[in-house]
Design a protein around this ligand. Structure first.
Ligand code: TMO
Length: 322
């Protein structure tokens, strides 16, 4: 073989090798080989309460640990189920029955959204008070204690027009659910419901009421950082299917002992089978979710740092989902 021919043969082999390499890397990124997840990011929604945001980064961290990619998408907590249905968002990791059950059911029934199972934690979302407030309204936690004008007067604030004030969360969570209920139960002459602009405004109200030693009733939920910190939910008449005005009822009912669910876009389960299997297994307890919130609302960590800390301290918990 002449020197020239040898050189050209060598160049030919190199070119073929590069072409083969390019072909295989291309194959890799253009879709899953059998059993592997697509490299397309899993889009995880971010809402406006602490455990949800921390858990978004926790789940993102678990997926990244499996070699997957993630993207965080700020999203409205009601509209997100339709976004998942049409494929703009891939998963939801905190579907709270009381607040979002109806939006979730509507999207699931249209097709494209799957129920991906419940967390171990049960959920409750309702009006309540820090325990030291009980003495300002004898008869609590029974809701009928609120019928007493001597109770309501201890909850008057400058913006309440002489009525007792209840502070609901942001209106995006439940619309007029609580004002409707207060009216339906005949409490409208004594009580007025105001909306907080953010979850932080609820916690600021707890601190301010304590400092001023005045009564306060706020919207709160469990699992949350307030679990075990002396917060009591008011006992309203029990929830029954269909009792809410949005479901055709008279609205004279409290919130359900609810599920805390996960939901997914159906196509994502096919393009990301490994992440989907992990997410189906993933189920957090009340204590685990409360801790995620506490890192932010008590320890004042950023959501990302809270997630990192949680992942570091709970490796056994999340490795078992993979
Ligand atoms: C949905 N939330 C936890 C704020 O009640």
């Amino acid at each position: 073989m002449g020197k020239k021919t040898q050189t050209w043969l060598f160049v030919g082999i190199i070119v073929a090798a590069i072409a083969a390499l390019l072909f295989y890397t291309q194959q890799d990124s253009s879709g899953p080989k059998s059993g592997a997840d697509s490299s397309k990011p899993t889009r995880i929604p971010i809402h406006n309460w602490s455990s949800q945001v921390v858990m978004a980064y926790v789940i993102g961290g678990i997926i990244q640990d499996m070699g997957g990619n993630v993207e965080y998408v700020p999203a409205d907590s009601q509209k997100v189920y339709e976004s998942i249905r049409i494929g703009d968002v891939d998963i939801s990791h905190e579907v709270w029955q009381s607040a979002f059950g109806k939006s979730f059911d509507t999207a699931r029934d249209k097709g494209g959204v799957l129920d991906w199972g419940d967390h171990e934690a049960r959920s409750l979302e309702d009006m309540g008070y820090p325990n030291w407030v009980a003495e300002k309204c004898p008869g609590l936690p029974n809701w009928e204690a609120l019928k007493n004008p001597d109770c309501a007067k201890n909850f008057v604030t400058p913006d309440s027009g002489g009525k007792g004030r209840m502070l609901e969360g942001p209106q995006t969570w439940h619309g007029d659910l609580i004002p409707q209920r207060i009216d339906a139960l005949g409490l409208g002459d004594l009580w007025v419901v105001k909306f907080a602009g953010s979850a932080d405004a609820l916690w600021a109200e707890l601190a301010a009421a304590k400092k001023e030693n005045r009564g306060t009733i706020i919207f709160n939920w469990t699992p949350n950082f307030t679990d075990g910190a002396g917060f009591t939910f008011i006992d309203f008449p029990p929830y029954t299917d269909g009792c809410r005005p949005a479901d055709g009822g008279d609205g004279k009912c409290g919130s359900p002992d609810g599920y805390l669910k996960k939901a997914v876009n159906e196509k994502w389960t096919k393009t990301h089978p490994n992440a989907a299997a992990m997410f189906k297994k993933l189920a957090f307890t009340t204590g685990q979710i409360g801790a995620m919130a506490a890192y932010v609302d008590v320890d004042k960590m950023s959501h990302e740092d809270a997630a990192k800390t949680w992942l570091e301290k709970n490796k056994k918990v999340w490795k078992a989902f993979q």
